[in-house]
Design a protein around this ligand. Structure first.
Ligand code: PLP
Length: 279
């Protein structure tokens, strides 16, 4: 496939990044994943605004192509013949001597790639996920969408080995988020709840859109902490992300207890979100 690297569209086989890129030596980097539906990039402005926030918080200089990115992203999709797919964006500080603190680089590294995604045809979207609830061992700035993803990879690998599809993390305040998604629950009283944004979770573009859409459709979302016990008491649980869209959790394991969930309201929200994607 064709990728975009530092100002140029090139074949992935010809794309080269320095071994001294700080993304490699220090794991310094931030990223975004957006989807394209019929050639339209969903929540494009929100993703790019979050990229800017992540870059600023991480002290990484904006790439020189920043203002051209919406056009470049559409161009990348077209060059790869993709209408329904994902766009991956990664920015690192670029190449320096291997010192923790080094003088500014010539430019930050910007890589963009794309590929197809199954979206609503996915098994998880249709049939839901089985999820394990585990301690959140990540760092204290989860609002920065960093490429330092080892805790997520390790957690997800362990969950898959144990026969689950994904994990939900918890910290001292309760449920944080999924390994790459935000968590919503529907209580027995029908209340729709998700955790408020803070440094402890990523402000999900899908999360924020789902809150807006549900409110436009006469539902209210309460933003408050969710405890582990709340999850066990809940009627429905669902996860949101750009690639999952809205995915029901059908079964959950927590401290050796397991619970099955229905997904009536979740299916309604899936449909509302799908309408938004195809608008
Ligand atoms: N939380 C985490 C940790 C994520 O990695 C992601 C997406 O990858 C999300 C939430 C969902 O964010 P979005 O809806 O913007 O894709």
């Amino acid at each position: 496939t064709v990728v975009f690297l530092n100002g140029r569209f090139i074949n992935e086989d010809e794309a080269m990044i320095s071994p001294f890129d700080r993304g490699f030596t220090f794991g310094e980097g931030v990223y975004e994943v957006c989807i394209s539906v019929g050639g339209k990039i969903i929540d494009l402005e929100e993703h790019l605004a979050r990229l800017d926030r992540s870059l600023n918080a991480a002290g990484i200089t904006l790439p020189p192509e920043r203002s051209l990115m919406p056009g470049l992203m559409h161009d990348l999709l077209e060059r790869n013949g993709i209408k329904n797919g994902f766009i991956y964006i990664q920015v690192t500080p670029g190449k320096t001597v291997r010192n923790f603190i080094a003088s500014p680089t010539e430019r930050s590294t910007l890589l963009m790639s794309t590929g197809p995604t199954p979206l609503e045809e996915s098994n998880a979207y249709k049939h839901g996920m089985r999820v394990q609830v585990i301690p959140d061992i990540r760092w204290g700035r989860r609002d920065i969408k960093t490429t330092m993803l080892m805790p997520q990879v390790m957690a997800k690998r362990a969950a898959l080995d144990a026969g689950f599809d994904d994990v939900i993390f918890y910290d001292d305040l309760g449920i944080t988020e999924g390994s790459s998604s935000n968590v919503f629950m529907v209580t027995n009283e029908g209340e729709l709840v998700t955790r408020p944004v803070s440094h402890q979770i990523l402000s999900g573009c899908t999360r924020n859109t789902v809150i807006e859409l549900t409110e436009q459709n006469g539902m209210t979302v309460t933003e408050r902490p969710i405890t582990r016990d709340d999850l066990l008491q809940a009627k429905e649980i669902f996860l949101t992300s750009s690639t999952y869209l809205v995915v029901p959790v059908v079964e959950l394991e927590l401290d050796g207890k397991s619970k099955i969930y229905s997904c009536e309201k979740t299916k309604k929200i899936q449909n509302i979100y799908m309408e938004y994607l195809n608008k």
